[in-house]
Write a new protein. Structure first.
Length: 696
């Protein structure tokens, strides 16, 4: 039988071992409990040390057991911690690396804790819409001042152990070797033989008044829509007003309530969705990736600059290529000024600013691409221009280099076919501003090689993006859906709503920005140019034309000071402009339309269900691999409210039968082919299934 612990003199050393983060899975929990019992029964053992590796103590619950019977099977974490509480020999947690969630709760139930100075300590449960459910809310205020404890529990951010030095949470902060340090500490405890110090029996560190003050301050900074932070405060409050065991009961009850809340379900969906998005069904995780040591960006315009910064920030050298010297000079100056402003705001150290700029070179000659391992094209959105660029690239770049286009709408397969190596070509669709926006759509061409995709997904992690794979279609996942959403916003305008009513209704639903404010920010002329190029739109009698009228008046948005709103110089506040209302009224008159009163609920339903219906088609067409990928696109790139989990999850949570009925009603009322329900939606609704259940 496997050894439960190693004996070092009078000390039993229990190793936590469950790679990659020593998640507290059922097997590990069982082993810890058995080892505790065995060590207690062994008279030669006088103290126990619980230790992980230098890299990780424990990341908490094992996410692989989430939603499985094993996750809740005995011994649960609270059972293990109860046993620790009643152990008659001192237990020391030796903490290095990550110590989070259940891992920290385990450590807090030990009698002593020693930690490496840089160990990362957190209770991040709130980020999944829950609270620490294994005594964390009751033990932490017995070890830390309440203000620190509350901040850790309510916001879930990690702190380095050294920042918590001189608190009861840590008995020693170690600089050197964890194991040796922990063993020496255990031996000293054996020698001194103090009475057992159980966290549950300790008095609260702070007074009730301090608790009231800290919670009043924190409540002011909480975002609406998220119940967990409030419940965290209530649970910690219980530590002050209740005996330990009753506090634990309160924590359990609040935990249960949160686990079942829609918001927590949405947050957990997003958490797993992010992990799932990086996996490709037909490309194994073991696929060997290509080495990317040097990057080239073609085009130093709005996108090229931001794209280049991503790689400079990650420490990769970038060569920026342009067709004109002045464009190159402008591009480099813009990058420099972005970094300078980060330095001024204290977000970037002067030395890092120098380092990043030193990694940037520039050129007007394609010859200088010959050493690049990845080339990202960000030139004008014009097929002929792009085809010429890719033809030229094909002549100079080395074999095996990856060729990417940042196109928003063009056919990546057509672009790939301009080269002699379509297997090396893919789309890398960054969003503006490219150095800030989290989303990266990785567009998989018909011939893109598996290792090229695997490399792109790995690289996305290096540059801290959320990458989602999309097939080739007009607008890929995100913009294809936003087109339907914008069309509905525009039709609502024609029928009687105002831009500010529509924006407000959708912002109250939780969208970061309503469609009209968003369009003003992005530039109304971008959509106008795209619409002009599409025959299907020109020929569609149902297509709303108001946005074209706006653009014909030169109202391109914030950049011209006038758009759906008016903007004062140097300010971004969207001000209502009567001229826009006049334009809308004149348009309705011309079309013989009579304005009606439209409810906010109708606005939300029509805009959001337009997204959902198009999302269903995208799934049906296999443009997206899974419905959570669509949610990730909307959460990370389009300001969809996280607490709703993304458009597809939102549809699942209200029920696809209801979604279908609403869409069928819109179809009946408007007689607009726009509202034809997607086949996938109809069939899933008929089967009582969800979009999420279609995950393969
Ligand atoms: P931009 O007009 O700001 O910049 C394009 C740059 O490419 C210009 O500086 C131009 O001089 C340069 N260029 C043109 N032809 C070239 C050539 N043959 N060789 C080298 N340089 C050349 O355009 P942008 O907004 O940065 O857009 C670039 C691409 O990114 C387009 O495909 C666009 O659809 C896509 N995109 C744009 C956004 C956005 O919000 N602007 C978002 C996502 C994707």
């Amino acid at each position: 039988m496997e050894k439960l612990y190693d004996q070092h003199g009078q000390v039993a050393v229990i190793a936590l071992h469950n790679p990659p983060v020593n998640g507290l899975c059922h097997e590990l929990r069982t082993r810890i409990l058995a080892a505790q019992k065995a060590a207690e029964a062994d008279p030669s053992i006088k103290a126990l040390v619980l230790i992980g590796s230098g890299r990780v103590f424990s990341g908490g619950a094992d996410i692989r057991e989430f939603n499985t019977p094993k996750g809740m099977a005995e011994p649960t974490l609270p059972t293990v911690l109860d046993a620790l509480d009643f152990l008659q020999k001192p237990v020391i947690a030796a903490i290095g690396g990550v110590c989070m969630g259940g891992g920290l709760e385990l450590a807090m139930a030990c009698h002593y804790r020693v930690a490496l100075h840089d160990a990362l300590i957190a209770l991040p449960e709130v980020k999944l819409g829950i609270l620490p459910g294994a005594g964390g809310t009751q033990r932490l205020p017995r070890l830390l001042p309440v203000e620190t404890a509350l901040n850790m529990i309510v916001f879930g951010e990690p702190l380095p152990a050294r920042q918590l030095q001189s608190t009861l949470l840590f008995d020693a902060i170690l600089e050197g070797e964890l194991f040796e340090g922990a063993l020496a500490f255990a031996q000293k405890i054996i020698q001194d033989n103090p009475p057992l110090r159980r966290t549950r029996d300790l008095p609260l560190v702070s007074t009730q008044d301090a608790m009231a003050q800290a919670s009043a301050l924190i409540r002011k900074s909480l975002a609406p829509h998220y119940p967990a932070p409030i419940r965290c405060i209530e649970a910690v409050s219980g530590a002050f007003s209740l005996a330990f065991d009753s506090g634990i009961q309160l924590e359990k009850q609040l935990f249960q309530e949160l686990v079942e809340s829609d918001v927590s379900k949405a947050l957990r969906h997003a958490f797993f969705g992010e992990r799932a998005a990086s996996k490709l069904a037909d490309i194994p995780d073991t696929t060997k990736t290509r080495d990317i040591r040097r990057v080239a960006v073609i085009g130093a315009g709005t996108m090229g600059r931001g794209i280049a910064m991503n790689f400079l920030n990650a420490g990769l050298p970038v060569v920026l290529i342009e067709q004109h010297q002045d464009a190159l000079v402008r591009g480099i100056a813009a990058i420099r000024s972005q970094y300078e402003s980060s330095v001024k705001k204290g977000k970037l150290k002067e030395a890092d600013f120098e380092k990043r700029l030193a990694l940037l070179t520039s050129s007007l000659a394609y010859e200088d691409l010959k050493d690049a391992d990845l080339i990202i094209e960000a030139v004008f959105e014009n097929m002929d221009v792009k085809l010429n660029v890719f033809k030229s690239l094909d002549q100079v770049v080395k074999p095996g280099a990856i060729l990417a286009s940042n196109t928003s709408t063009l056919d990546v397969n057509a672009i790939a076919s301009a080269t002699s190596r379509p297997q090396d070509v893919l789309g890398l669709h960054f969003f503006s501003p490219a150095h800030i926006m989290k989303l990266l759509e990785v567009v998989r061409g018909a011939q893109t090689a598996p290792d090229v995709l695997a490399t792109a997904m790995a690289l996305a992690k290096t540059i801290k993006k959320t990458a989602v794979v999309s097939g080739v279609c007009d607008g890929f996942i995100g913009n294809r859906m936003i087109e339907s959403y914008s069309q509905q916003a525009m039709k609502l305008l024609e029928e009687g709503a105002t831009p500010q009513q529509i924006d407000r209704a959708l912002e109250q639903f939780g969208m970061a920005m309503g469609p009209f404010r968003m369009s003003d920010l992005a530039g109304n002329d971008i959509g106008w140019a795209i619409r002009k190029g599409k025959l299907a739109i020109s020929a569609d009698p149902h297509y709303p034309r108001l946005a074209d009228r706006l653009c014909e008046k030169g109202r391109f948005g914030q950049k011209t000071g006038l758009g759906w709103y008016r903007y004062e110089a140097g300010r971004r506040e969207a001000l209502v402009d009567p001229a826009v209302n006049e334009l809308i009224v004149a348009y309705r008159e011309e079309k013989g339309m009579k304005a009606r009163t439209i409810s906010d609920a109708e606005i939300v339903d029509r805009c959001i269900l337009a997204l959902v219906n198009e999302g269903a088609r995208i799934l049906e067409d296999r443009i997206a691999q899974r419905s959570s990928d669509i949610d990730m696109v909307y959460l990370s790139g389009y300001g969809f409210p996280l607490f709703r989990g993304g458009p597809m999850f939102y549809a699942d949570s209200i029920g696809l039968k209801t979604v279908l009925e609403k869409i069928q009603n819109f179809q009946k009322e408007s007689d607009d082919p726009f509202w034809k329900p997607a086949n996938l939606l109809a069939s899933l609704a008929a089967q009582g299934r969800t979009f999420n259940s279609t995950v393969g």
